[in-house]
Design a protein around this ligand. Sequence first.
Ligand SMILES: [Ca+2]
Ligand SMILES: [Ca+2]
Length: 370
Amino acid sequence: MKRLFIALVMLCVFVLVIQFNVLASVECNELDIIVINEDSLRIELNGEQPNYKELVKVYRCGVDVTETVNLTIDSNFVDTATEGTYNVIYLANDGVLYTVKTIEFTVKEDITPPVLNGYYDTYYFIHEIKEDDFLSHVEAIDDKDGDITQNIIVNHSDVDVTFTVSDSANNTTTVTVGVVILDEVPELLTISNITVEVHEDLPDFLDYITINENYVDDIEVSYVEEVNSNILGEYPVTYKAVLNNIQEEYEIDVQVVDSIPPEIIGIKKIKIKSGMMLNPTKYFTVHDNYDNDDDIQLEVRGYYSLVEPDMYDVTVVATDSSGNKTEYDFQLIVDADKQNQLIIWTTLSLGVIMIGASGALYYIRKKRGN
Ligand SMILES: [Ca+2]
Ligand SMILES: [Ca+2]
């Protein structure tokens, strides 16, 4: 119990010492009056008087005490109808400490600084900085002076660049952005091969690119294509990748292809008389998605004879101009031609009779001659 009591007493002493040290460290004897925004020190000619109290903050040893401090302001001499500079007296008093500050306000016709547009968040360079890039895209517009881009002052290091521009009333705008110097030209895009089926709608060519992952949020890609998807061939597509001040162009060829084989319409059995020609176009109709029917090659494959009567299992093959093939199996029946045989027999018989008759005539003439 006694030990516990001693421990508690020691703890209290420790806490008191800590608090004393903290108080000692924040103890100071200074009030600071700080202007929140330097731009607010400009008052427009013939404009309203500003709320002077809202333009400053009061600090005691780095702690904002604006809400609790007693702040009095003497701005009686500021004449907003006359251009010029005017002193405003600020008095801050927290009951213990007291400070006075004189702040200069300017009444002038133009109090609005110019606006800087078009600068990039980061400027990229290969090996070395190209000064021209900084001003290639940035512009400065002022409410009174108009376009004052030519007045922009560029100040850069290897890691950042600052644009500064002032209007004729000496209102100034300053912007600082990053500079990155790269060792080599970055590959902003990789593009995969593109093949389009003839007669089909063109795809979104942006679906075929991969953006360099280091800049994936910053690169803008556009493309120009001259693809006629109704005619087979190779067509260029030009991609433009823009990374702030860096631009790259890539050209690839899009292939418009026909990969669809022709269609064959026909019958499964074809009968012809022996000795006749087999013309497949007479028995089969073909259609293709791209070629005219006349441009499709038709060929009968497999063993068959047009003079030996038999039944043959064969295949007709249709090939389009892109080499796509379709096969169609059918049975070829080669029939003996009886009419032809009769003609042959008749011809042979007549021939025999003629030869016999000629021989007899020759014999009779010879005999008479004797
Ligand atoms: Ca201005
Ligand atoms: Ca085809």
